[in-house]
Design a protein around this ligand. Structure first.
Ligand SMILES: Cc1cc2nc3c(=O)[nH]c(=O)nc-3n(C[C@H](O)[C@H](O)[C@H](O)COP(=O)(O)OP(=O)(O)OC[C@H]3O[C@@H](n4cnc5c(N)ncnc54)[C@H](O)[C@@H]3O)c2cc1C
Length: 598
């Protein structure tokens, strides 16, 4: 099994040269102190954690999984010690609110750390990511008193967090949840109900677990408008934020046996008159939870990028070493019995497809993370509003398109190794199993596509898309003077034209038939994903070409990026045409079959 290597070169190039993180951070008071030196130092330290602490316990975590005995959940060997080191390094509060002990770091930076941790050990990373999401929700919506009670210990890493939404009969349709919250005279609530599939719901890493729970008051309006959000500690906490020594009616009924991420405890959680406190306003629970969901959904794209990159590293190494057959143009390694499989065009097709998708997916995740930072930190309200609109459009794509491609890239990596990819030894089959969940949780990818097509495009009358297309226009106007870019920019201009016209066509058809939205949604999400990957590759080239011409920088790295971009434009981007045909095919063929005919 190959050890994970953090892709620091690509990450730092994207951060400093493509997205000019130093300029972005310098323009915002909350991030002005995040200098290039600090960014490099943090990324390098995170790389050490990923490579030396998390990667070595990844395989064992998969073998051993989490154990449940009488409500007690034990994580795999090594997880507890690794978590202690992670906490000692101060990683838990990296992006947290400074007033409550966090370090206030931007998402653009932390997103790359997430990718590394997910790539090295997705199961372990989930314990930390859920906590970050929970603290973010508390930070945005809880009262100062609740924040003081919970955030400092969560930022210290002494307590972890969860999000408890799903119930046995309510997954996508959370309006149907049955968990009840009954108001008490002291202002708290008694929470009763069962939640399933709760990541990190119970474990042995910390002394307490803080659950964010969706529930309904007995007289709440029906459906999603009656959902409220509560903070419910597993172990009771006093007003000063100290443990009282008492339990709080929260127990773990089971851990799920599942396909992958076996070291992550996926729990059935029972709340039996547990004491909880309202977070934000009554009946606004779902919208408050969305603060966290934008970040969590981006994280699922990062999980996929990380695992795909881990598979790519092993596959590329293997293809250089494994000798089978001869090059079609004659022996390349005559001293050996055969040539390395890297000589075969089809093996190169797989490796280049992986590299092209991984780099663009990483860039798209950074672009979305940057918008989240602008929306959070920028002093100019107009800039914040513009970033909010981009976030709304980008997040479903960064979640669904990156996780679909990420899973496919893990499968492709397996294929490069042939039978050796199928057996456990090289770790590629684990990556396939671990990557699969990102397409499902945090809202299944079909739901992301529906959100993009329905709420964010048709119902917004195409306004959010117009914001993105204007960003692309601005980029093209700036980039056209860069020598060499004129060859590539028409790819984006064509794509923009296609997307404008197909969007109008779906909006028109949907006004007569609402089924047209769901019928177009998946292909539309893929079309926007491919268009964004196109945009990302152009942004990369706009940074690479001047450096290559000036002879500065790491030439093999830069020329490799140009060749990968050429491959993307020639062999992956043409799929846009098939997607347009699929979108234009409309709802008729989907809806023609009766239930009995399926
Ligand atoms: C390992 C794991 C960890 C998880 N962690 C958490 C967690 O920490 N907290 C938490 O609350 N939940 C968690 N979940 C739950 C997860 O978010 C849900 O499984 C997911 O949102 C889908 O819900 P469901 O499984 O009920 O599927 P369903 O809602 O039953 O959907 C089934 C299928 O129907 C499609 N579908 C449903 N409704 C529509 C519609 N209106 N239009 C079009 N298609 C539709 C979906 O896209 C999907 O393909 C986890 C799940 C797993 C497996």
């Amino acid at each position: 099994m190959n050890a994970y290597r953090a892709p620091l070169g690509d990450m730092q190039f994207l951060m400093s040269e493509v997205f000019r993180a130093d300029e972005v951070f310098a323009a915002m008071p909350g991030t002005a102190e995040v200098t290039p030196d600090l960014i490099s130092a943090i990324l390098e330290e995170a790389a050490k954690i990923a490579e030396n602490l998390l990667s070595p316990i990844n395989r064992n975590g998969d073998h051993e999984g989490c154990q449940w005995t009488d409500g007690v959940v034990t994580t795999p060997a090594g997880f507890k010690e690794a978590y202690e080191e992670y906490v000692a390094g101060g990683w838990a509060g990296l992006t947290g609110e400074i007033d409550f002990g966090g370090q206030g770091m931007p998402k653009l930076l932390s997103s790359q750390i997430e990718e590394m941790f997910f790539g090295a050990n997705s199961s372990f990373a989930l314990y930390t990511i859920l906590t970050t999401g929970a603290t973010l929700t508390l930070s945005e919506h809880a009262s100062a008193e609740l924040k003081q009670r919970y955030l400092p210990k969560m930022y210290e890493g002494r307590w972890t967090g969860t999000m408890c939404l799903t119930e046995p009969h309510a997954g996508t349709d959370l309006g149907m949840i049955r968990t009840k919250a009954v108001p008490q005279a002291d202002g708290s609530y008694r929470i009763t109900g069962t939640k399933i599939f709760i990541t990190a719901g119970e474990h042995d890493l910390t002394e307490n677990i803080i659950h964010l729970v969706l529930a309904k008051l007995p007289d709440a309006p029906a459906g999603p408008k009656g959902i409220s959000l509560f903070v419910v500690p597993r172990n009771a906490v006093d007003n000063e934020g100290d443990l009282t020594g008492e339990l709080n009616g929260v127990s773990c009924g089971a851990v799920e046996h599942k396909m992958g991420i076996k070291g992550s405890a996926t729990c059935v959680m029972n709340f039996d008159s547990a004491q909880g406190w309202l977070v934000g306003e009554l009946n606004h629970g779902l919208s408050n939870m969305f603060t966290m969901m934008n970040y969590e959904r981006l994280s699922m794209g990062l999980q996929s990028n990380g695992l795909a990159d881990s598979s790519y590293q092993t596959a590329a190494d293997y293809a250089r070493e494994r000798i089978q057959g001869r090059s079609p143009t004659g022996p390349q390694q005559p001293e050996s019995a055969a040539d390395p499989i890297l000589v075969h065009p089809d093996v190169r097709r797989m490796l280049l497809t992986m590299r092209a998708n991984i780099m663009a997916g990483r860039a798209l995740s950074m672009y979305a993370a940057m918008q989240l930072d602008i929306s959070r930190f920028h002093p100019d309200p107009e800039q914040r509003q513009q970033a909010d609109r981009l976030v709304a459009l980008l997040i479903p794509v960064a979640k669904a398109y990156c996780s679909d491609r990420g899973f496919e890239m893990c499968v492709m990596g397996q294929q490069v190794l042939g039978g050796h990819g199928y057996v456990a030894e090289w770790g590629l089959e684990q990556n396939v199993r671990d990557a699969r969940i990102a397409q499902i949780y945090e809202g299944a990818n079909g739901i992301q596509a529906l959100d993009l097509m329905g709420r964010k495009t048709v119902r917004a009358g195409g306004e959010l898309l117009a914001v993105l297309l204007t960003e692309m226009d601005k980029f093209v106007a700036d980039a056209q003077d860069i020598p060499g870019m004129d060859r590539y920019l028409p790819h984006l201009l064509n794509n923009q034209q296609m997307i404008r016209s197909v969007t109008r066509s779906v909006i028109d058809r949907a006004s007569d038939n609402p089924e047209e939205i769901g019928a177009a949604s998946y292909a539309y999400m893929e079309l926007l994903g491919l268009t964004l990957y196109n945009f990302m590759w152009l942004r990369i080239l706009a940074a690479v070409l001047p450096k290559l011409q000036a002879g500065s920088g790491d030439t093999p790295h830069l020329s490799g990026l140009v060749k990968t971009a050429e491959f993307f434009f020639a062999r992956l981007l043409p799929r846009t045409r098939a997607l347009i045909d699929e979108i234009e095919a409309g709802a008729q063929t989907l809806m023609a079959m009766s239930a009995e005919e399926f």
